[in-house]
Design a binder for this molecule. Structure first.
Ligand code: HEC
Ligand code: HEC
Length: 260
């Protein structure tokens, strides 16, 4: 078992001991089937998870009462199986780093998954693994708050997967056309609903830019923000996208910034 596998299995164990056995047998399979199977498993053991996570719910409820989140209907444990216990992401699951995202963006994306603006395209294999999860979130405001309260802040996490190959200097040049919306430091701009991207893992940035370009994401006319991104990435080559992904990731090497 590789170290990553081991960490993954530990995350599962922390979430629910009984699921370790189920997931342990899945780990040797390739990534995509894991994602699909994980969903199947999560769905089929849902009542069991519900029952056994009562303790978790209580802990979360008291955290919620102590903090500012009240009435969160779902805890982060389920999300952590793919996104990592600290929201650091998990390349094996194709699940991005979400700890650095601002709450308004998390909310918007959960709603896009719920409303069928994201994760419905048959070519969107990874989005389709996320959509059923979003469907289970009843209180998107509370969930968004939980996610944005995770201690992220770019650069704190080691990469969970391979850093893709690209030319960071060329990426910097290309990034000039992104500044207007994502900001000079990649922190995003609430006014145009563009998220923090600095420090996001390169494989995910690459994947999303590809998804926008192919219409896998952002194709619905109701998805105004996605439509915008599609216009931006249309002229980019595969090499441009790789270079941008490397640069966007590298922008996260400052630990001082916080989500807006
Ligand atoms: C089965 C694995 C899995 C679980 C469980 C899961 N996610 Fe995801 N999530 C993903 C994947 C994969 C993506 C990337 C989808 C894509 O490529 O477009 C994603 C994407 C997201 C995004 C969009 C991030 C962005 O930068 O646009 C958010 C927000 C998110 N997940 C939140 C959550 C929350 C909150 C939970 C728990 C309620 C959760 N996820 C549970 C797999 C999962
Ligand atoms: C006109 C404004 C605008 C410009 C210019 C722009 N973006 Fe975006 N970008 C957005 C918005 C808005 C979103 C959110 C899309 C959504 O809601 O699904 C986004 C989403 C993204 C995402 C997905 C983030 C995630 O967490 O899933 C990436 C990656 C991204 N942009 C990178 C870039 C890069 C690289 C450039 C320059 C080549 C760029 N953007 C230029 C507005 C813009």
């Amino acid at each position: 078992m590789s170290e990553e596998d081991h960490q993954f299995s530990q995350a599962q164990q922390a979430t629910h001991p009984a699921r370790k056995i189920v997931f342990g047998s899945l780990i040797s399979l390739s990534v995509l089937p894991i994602a699909m199977l994980l969903i199947a498993v999560l769905w089929s053991v849902k009542p069991m998870i519900k029952q056994s996570s009562a303790q978790n719910d209580t802990a979360q409820e008291s955290a919620a009462t102590n903090g500012h989140v009240k009435g969160a209907l779902i805890n982060f444990a389920t999300c952590a199986t793919c996104h990592g216990v600290n929201g650091e992401g998990n390349a094996k699951m194709h699940a991005p780093r979400i700890a650095d995202l601002p709450p308004w963006y998390v909310k918007a994306q959960l709603e896009k998954f719920q409303n069928g603006l994201r994760g419905v395209n048959p070519t969107d294999v990874y989005g389709q693994t996320m959509r059923p999860m979003a469907m289970q979130v009843q209180d998107v405001d509370a969930m968004a708050k939980i996610v944005s309260d995770l201690e992220g802040h770019r650069g704190r996490f080691a990469p969970t997967g391979p850093v893709i190959t690209g030319n960071v200097d060329h990426g910097r040049v290309l990034y000039a056309q992104c500044v207007a919306c994502h900001g000079v430091n990649g922190l995003g701009e609430r006014g145009v609903k563009s998220p923090t991207i600095a420090g996001q893992e390169s494989w995910y940035v690459q994947q999303q830019l590809m998804n926008f370009r192919s219409g896998t994401r952002g194709i619905s006319t109701a998805d105004r923000e996605g439509n915008l991104m599609r216009i931006i990435v249309a002229p980019l080559s595969d090499a441009d996208i790789a270079d941008l992904a490397i640069f966007v990731n590298a922008m996260g090497n400052k630990k001082t910034v916080t989500p807006q």
